[in-house]
Design a protein around this ligand. Structure first.
Ligand SMILES: Cc1cc2nc3c(=O)[nH]c(=O)nc-3n(C[C@H](O)[C@H](O)[C@H](O)COP(=O)(O)OP(=O)(O)OC[C@H]3O[C@@H](n4cnc5c(N)ncnc54)[C@H](O)[C@@H]3O)c2cc1C
Length: 460
């Protein structure tokens, strides 16, 4: 009998970790095929950065790949050159986390018992179809891979383009749609003014990259509310246990505000108030009604994001220094027009508060507005083909694809697939916080356990 095959599309953190957990939980006679279109397995978008100033925004002590081995990443760091200096930092360069995940994968590849159980395949999956026996994945136009189960671990997508931009501008050389592209700031004169759309962590990364390459010109950052991610505290007090979990948006806001006020009145800090909700965020999200979830996204999301996803101290210091020197300038408002005029990008925006129209003229516009997640508008061949075939559908909140609690994808009619699953940011609609490593690693464990159960039942 042929080995049941589980194909994982995407070998960033989510796909790689799922593969590791599947190998630990599945019977011996299984094949896990991990497929990645880029050359580097195990890094994905977040941990591929070569820039040592791009730091993790979660302390190293919370970045273990395994929920039940919390020191695994720190122990790995201890075995690296300059371990003491790295550990003293608390927030280490993101590329080191990528190296750690790759090291975990390499160990797994080398294990004799995984011979024939784990396959790393370089390829771009462009389509997937159901067959009588299972599934077939189409790769690179001329390769087909049969599989019994498949898991989408395709991660985040570039931000959506600003709606009011002139179409020629979006196709032109002054607009950079992908803030993570390696050549984003190549050939940018050091004195040139730049506009970053967005004021979140992606803008922070882009600003750090500009400062690192010696950029001296003005860096404008624009968003509707102008909210900057807060900084991590130098020492984080242990969050107290949560007494009761909110079940409505009103209760959530009331409890967060009340507890933060009480903490401040006692000379404490708001951060543990946010952090103590972390292990329960998905339960709270799922307890909210659809109307409350939509209200949260419309009104509270930017506030949640800047308090929940914070900047490492050294990064925050550089951002504050750039603001204090006047090089980094925050603008608050809504873009009205964006076009190219004689080799310069011209933007107008309506300023929040007084409604004044403000004009900016810059050499480059970089879209740092955060990952695009409306799958109806994402330009990704596999996503387009799955939607067209009706094998998947966007979730009602337009945060990702519609999945069940065990991450099975729902098709166009809402039917639950027995063979097709997803992990990572793709599943945000159902779980909301499915961005950071601590959330994804837990999800991968749960999904691996579920898929191992399906495989065992198939073999029985
Ligand atoms: C810039 C950035 C910094 C972050 N920093 C932190 C941090 O400090 N701490 C933290 O906890 N979290 C952080 N996160 C969040 C989190 O860790 C990531 O979002 C997480 O790594 C997501 O992993 P992923 O594997 O789901 O997606 P990705 O990393 O995007 O990986 C998806 C992979 O799928 C591949 N792929 C896509 N489509 C196909 C296809 N059709 N065929 C084959 N391969 C395909 C891609 O090439 C890619 O390698 C950060 C996120 C970003 C974007």
């Amino acid at each position: 009998m042929p080995r049941p095959t589980i194909a994982i599309v995407g070998a960033g953190f989510s796909g790689t970790l799922l593969a590791l957990h599947l190998l630990r939980r599945c019977p011996e006679a299984i094949r896990v095929t991990l497929i990645e279109r880029n050359s580097a397995f195990g890094r994905g978008q977040a941990y591929a950065t070569g820039n040592p100033s791009h730091l993790l925004n979660v302390p190293a002590a919370r970045m273990s790949a395994f929920h039940d081995q919390p020191n695994d990443f720190v122990d790995w760091l201890r075995r690296q050159p300059d371990a003491e200096a790295l550990l003293a930092q608390g927030f280490v360069p993101r590329r080191l986390f990528g190296a750690y995940v790759r090291a975990l994968l390499s160990e797994e590849v080398k294990r004799p018992e995984n011979d024939g159980r784990l396959e790393l395949l370089r390829g771009d999956v462009a389509g997937l179809s159901k067959t009588e026996a299972g599934l077939t994945l189409a790769m690179d136009g001329d390769r087909w891979l049969p599989a019994d189960l498949a898991v989408l671990a395709i991660g985040n997508f570039p931000p959506e383009p600003p709606p009011c931009a002139d179409a020629d501008f979006l196709d032109g050389p002054l607009y950079l749609p992908d803030p993570w592209a390696a050549d984003s700031f190549a050939a940018l004169p050091p004195e040139a003014p730049v506009l970053l759309i967005g004021t979140g962590l992606t803008m922070v990364d882009a600003t750090i990259s500009l400062l690192d390459q010696g950029h001296r010109g003005p860096i404008h950052a624009l968003s509707r509310r102008g909210l900057l991610p807060r900084r991590h505290a130098a020492t984080a007090p242990r969050p107290a246990p949560v007494a009761a979990l909110p079940a409505t948006l009103v209760e959530l806001v009331r409890s967060l505000r009340g507890e933060a006020r009480r903490a401040a009145a006692g000379g404490g800090d708001w951060r543990p108030v946010v952090d103590r909700l972390r292990p329960f965020t998905q339960d709270v999200w799922q307890a909210l009604s659809p109307a409350d979830q939509s209200r949260f996204l419309r009104h509270l999301r930017p506030w949640w994001d800047v308090h929940r996803h914070r900047m490492a101290g050294p990064v925050a210091d550089r951002i504050e220094a750039a603001r204090a020197s006047g090089q980094l300038r925050l603008h608050v408002g809504r873009i009205q027009t964006l076009r190219q005029e004689g080799g310069i990008a011209e933007l107008t925006y309506r300023r929040r508060g007084d409604g004044e129209t403000v004009e900016l003229r810059v050499a480059r516009v970089v879209n740092c507005a955060g990952p695009g997640c409306d799958y109806d508008r994402i330009d990704h061949p596999l996503v387009r083909s799955l939607l067209q075939a009706g094998l998947v559908r966007p979730d009602p909140l337009r945060l990702g694809l519609d999945v069940t609690g065990t991450c099975a994808l729902r098709d166009r009619s809402g039917a639950i697939s027995r063979r097709l699953f997803a992990v990572g940011p793709v599943t945000k609609g159902s779980f909301w916080e499915m961005t950071a490593v601590p959330d994804i690693r837990r999800q991968c464990e749960v999904v691996a356990e579920h898929l191992a159960g399906i495989v065992r039942a198939t073999l029985a």
